[in-house]
Design a binder for this molecule. Structure first.
Ligand code: MRU
Length: 361
């Protein structure tokens, strides 16, 4: 992703062996980077959503293991780090995937060899994420072209997305946004409806910011607008990311995704889910029964953060004093509502046989 003429990834290793990240809590109003100096700081950055989005959570956890080994390469230290990082956020399975990758890379090595291999594997995880998302973008772009070809000449392709499954949620490109960036770059007339995505507004703050940086035409809408837009023929397809996909193709994504899938089905609008294979949890089948759903602090619902006219970043309360609030972070969209899954290996039906065939399992 280009930002102010410079090519950025969302996470990198600094020369002093700290980990550079973008503080996503300040976007879209301020672009600031910070250096994570310890495994505990990586864990806290995941917990407090300095970094967020399934693939980036995984990459941050991988670098957290590197920092733990840098400070103490014993087995005990690695296990403490695994336990700390594993419980930072419960829903995105990429976290467990990345930790398993790191463990597999270093566990059989003598302690003096672990650090070098850990740095290498964490960097590979990041590079693989970029390659994977590029592939998702190519497969997704082909679908966009097919849908656009069926529209009258000169029409724009209206895509609706929820939350942020873009560059900021990954190492680069994004999952659901990769086809959008690529289609736009290839000259396709793409316009994106961006769900604001309460309570943390990842759509309004992050997806809109990314699309603006890239020059992609977009419009931010309130979360409840999607059904109305679809009823009036203003959405050609929905595309979202996923934090955990089960073996039978159920997808768990930001709260509100399920309602978009229902509205899409009722209106004959195709509903696509873009995912790297690191998001597939092959141990689970029934997403509704088996995926742990994160419940976050109610203050994210009762309060809003934003910029005042004089440029100050402030937080305000929107609910009456004392009104209780609940904050489920994710919901599950059953496979039956998903038109197709777009993965790095290609496009397949959201079903166990199709997924197994595609991934040779
Ligand atoms: O709570 P977040 O901001 O980490 O949630 C992120 C999402 O739900 C994304 O859409 C998701 O990680 C999909 S993959 C890029």
């Amino acid at each position: 992703m280009n930002y102010q003429g410079k090519r950025w990834r969302t996470i990198w290793r600094n020369a002093d062996d700290t980990i550079g990240v973008i503080d996503q809590r300040l976007l879209p109003h301020q672009f600031q980077t910070l250096a994570l100096r310890t495994m505990e700081e990586c864990a806290e950055a995941i917990r407090n959503m300095t970094v967020r989005g399934a693939p980036l959570i995984g990459a941050t956890a991988a670098y957290g293991i590197c920092l733990a080994i840098r400070d103490d390469s014993s087995e005990k230290s690695i296990h403490t780090a695994l336990k700390t990082l594993m419980f930072t956020r419960p829903t995105a399975v990429n976290l467990l995937w990345a930790l398993n990758q790191m463990l597999a890379a270093v566990s059989a090595l003598p302690s003096e060899k672990r650090l070098e291999r850990a740095w290498q594997r964490a960097a590979e995880i990041c590079d693989e994420d970029v390659e994977t998302n590029e592939a998702i973008g190519r497969h997704g772009q082909a679908i966009f072209r097919e849908i656009l070809a069926k529209k009258p000449d000169g029409s724009r392709l209206n895509v609706l997305t929820h939350c942020n499954a873009g560059w900021l949620a990954c190492v680069d490109w994004g999952t659901a946004l990769a086809p959008i960036f690529m289609a736009h770059d290839a000259g396709l007339p793409v316009h994106v409806w961006v769900d604001e995505t309460r309570p943390r507004n990842q759509g309004a703050s992050l997806t809109a910011w990314e699309l603006k940086q890239h020059g992609v035409p977009h419009t931010v809408v309130v979360d409840n607008a999607g059904g109305h837009l679809m009823q009036h023929g203003l959405v050609d397809l929905v595309i979202v990311g996923t934090d955990r996909t089960t073996a039978q193709g159920d997808v768990c994504n930001k709260i509100g995704t399920y309602l978009k899938a229902l509205a899409a089905r009722d209106n004959g609008v195709p509903f696509y889910v873009a995912l790297p294979s690191s998001t597939i949890d092959w141990t689970l089948r029934d997403g509704l029964a088996e995926i742990p759903i994160e419940e976050r602090n109610a203050a994210e619902v009762t309060h809003l953060r934003g910029k005042t006219a004089d440029g100050a970043l402030v937080e305000i309360q929107v609910t009456p004093d004392g009104s209780p609030a609940s904050n489920y972070g994710f919901d599950v969209t059953p496979a039956r509502l998903v038109t197709a899954l777009i993965t790095e290996k290609g496009v397949c039906a959201a079903s166990e046989p199709a997924l197994k065939k595609l991934f040779g399992r």
